[in-house]
Design a protein around this ligand. Sequence first.
Ligand code: UGA
Length: 431
Amino acid sequence: MTDASRIAVVGAGYVGLPTAAVLARFGHTVVCAERDDTRFGALAAGRVPVLEEGLAELVAEVVGNGSLRFVRSAAEAVHGARFVFLCVATPEAYDGAADLSFVQEVATEIASALEPGAIVVNKSTVPVGTALAVERITGATVVSNPEFLREGTAVRDSLRPDRVVVGADDRRAARQVGELFSETGAPLIVTDTVTAETIKYASNAFLATKLSFVNALAGLCESVGADVRDVVLGLGYDRRIGFDFLRPGPGWGGSCLPKDTAALVHIAESVGYDFALLRAAIAANEEARERVVRKVEEAAGGDLSGRTVGVWGLTFKAGTDDRRMSPAVDVTRRLADLGVSVRAYDPTVPPGPVPTDLADLEGMVLCADAYDACRGASAVALLTEWDEFRGLDFAKVADLMASPALVDARNLLDPAALRRAGFSYSGVGRP
Ligand code: UGA
């Protein structure tokens, strides 16, 4: 029998875990399924396996008051649940399409265990039309409820989202799912599944295009001698443009923007539409990464082969331990391909053996701190905007390097202070 508000969340990853914890915080009873041994082991032992501000505290609170618990199997989690949230990964397949095997696997696994009348809610980012496929597999009503949280601020974003989108052919079911989030006070958009699924891709594609625009603009600023930070200030005060998501950097990455832009290009192709604008945004992202490599080359005085380069930051942005599709890792790879000896430091990556996802960078030395990473280096590339890089003793950094040259791919540091410390400094889009 279903409990009127019992919720199952399948998957305790970067989306599933904050979703489960926040729904529990809103007063619902939540059971979250995680089949990965390491992840489940950590959660069962009271540890949160991802770095996410405020999440460990929130999980401890809701587990402590009995509103959230973890189980191993999805079938167990859905037992007695009125709402079943699917929060599983949809990685990129070889051709840019979204790989739906996890969604399909879970849908098949839960099909026979679902309670009569249970509503399946799809939070995973899936191609337009997937809700119908999940409906066919499970026989249940499926509501598409795309997630817009960002890694690093997942708890804040989930407690106070800009909007809640619910899409279903059965609008009553969509509204019921929307009501689970009523405490957020966010505007509720009730629509059909295809539209809800499109909203998710459109949001990430727009954000990616915005970033590609500002990164290309930064390149232009360098050529004409303008300062991109002031240009962005001048743009941002126009309320139609705004200030958000306009920080130039080494290109955009992470587990969502690259995968979702590729998937949307693929979706468009499959219906005979050439989304040339989005393809250009993706190409501009390649250029942004390559420009950082060229700057490091220049900073090191030309040929990089045989040189040592220090790398500060490996995660795809600060505030997360996620390195999936990280621009920092990509730039590091490009440097290694040019024959560079890489010494890297990231506050979330322990020194010592290179982790498996970086196996192709096996010659890379992972250092215990930012100073150690620049020992003997001809240049340092700051690739992730970790706050701790601001507070370094740059005179000490300069002493440790073969020649004090710094490429600040995040415009994090103060060029004047660095020049005083004897550095040649190169930022993004700054004269
Ligand atoms: C992104 C979206 O922002 C979320 O709304 C969405 O829910 C999520 O994908 C998803 O689909 O799951 P996320 O992947 O956590 O969130 O990362 P972002 O904060 O969007 O950053 C993406 C990349 O853009 C990073 O490499 C970041 O460093 C870069 N970025 C972001 C900039 O270079 N400049 C900026 O001003 C903002």
